[in-house]
Design a protein around this ligand. Structure first.
Ligand code: UDP
Length: 192
């Protein structure tokens, strides 16, 4: 994709549909993929934390979540075609995953949110194979990583908030050749 740099972070500059087609093709091909859904808060944080900035630069794609990124690109005279939010990607992948019998792992949010999310997923996306769900307030990463490592998982959704979700993904993405994406508060939103 064409990219547009904002404070040295290269943002994907394409349409949502175009981006999703590429993402779906990569999932089908079991290509290891790391997507960061970044808003201005993340860009500012990365600017002050070199280690985190390095993680963002190591991602396969950074997408412009947040209208502030679109506005920033306009001011830099390098307009970005479309806003691509983590929540929209999340919902679209659940839909697509349900239609194509894909598997997914869900990590993050409070235990009661995970409980509600599981009910919603089973009712609305019955053909999606839920490999595991784990709330985001765990003490020990080992059993989580071991589950992820030992299953074929098409999509790993990490919703523990930034910067932790991206740090977690960067640390473990080599354990599974699926799609890894940090989706912030998306579990809370879908669980209502
Ligand atoms: N969260 C979590 N573990 C933590 C801290 C937060 O799972 O240790 C979850 C929290 O319950 C919420 C999400 O992470 O569901 C953070 O959502 P937010 O919209 O704040 O995302 P951010 O903008 O921080 O990426």
């Amino acid at each position: 994709f064409k990219t547009t740099n904002i404070v040295s972070i290269p943002f994907v500059n394409t349409t949502f549909n175009d981006f999703m087609r590429t993402l779906e093709a990569r999932i089908n091909d079991h290509k290891n993929t790391f997507v960061v859904t970044a808003n201005p808060e993340i860009v500012v944080y990365a600017d002050h934390h070199p280690q985190y900035q390095k993680i963002l630069k190591s991602a396969t794609y950074v997408v412009p979540d947040g209208i502030g990124i679109i506005k920033g690109a306009q001011m830099l005279n390098d307009p970005i075609s479309e806003r691509i939010t983590g929540y929209d990607i999340f919902c679209r992948l659940l839909e697509w995953g349900n239609q194509n019998n894909k598997s997914a792992y869900f990590l993050g949010a409070k235990p009661e949110v995970v409980f509600d999310l599981r009910k919603i997923l089973t009712v609305n996306y019955p053909n999606l194979n839920i490999v595991g769900m784990q709330d985001g307030y765990f003490k020990n990463e080992t059993p989580i990583v071991s589950t992820i490592e030992n299953h074929d998982i098409d999509m790993i959704f990490v919703a523990t908030g930034f910067p932790f979700q991206e740090e977690f993904i960067e640390k473990y993405r080599n354990k599974n050749n699926g799609l890894w994406i940090g989706v912030g508060g998306s579990f809370d939103v879908l669980a209502g």
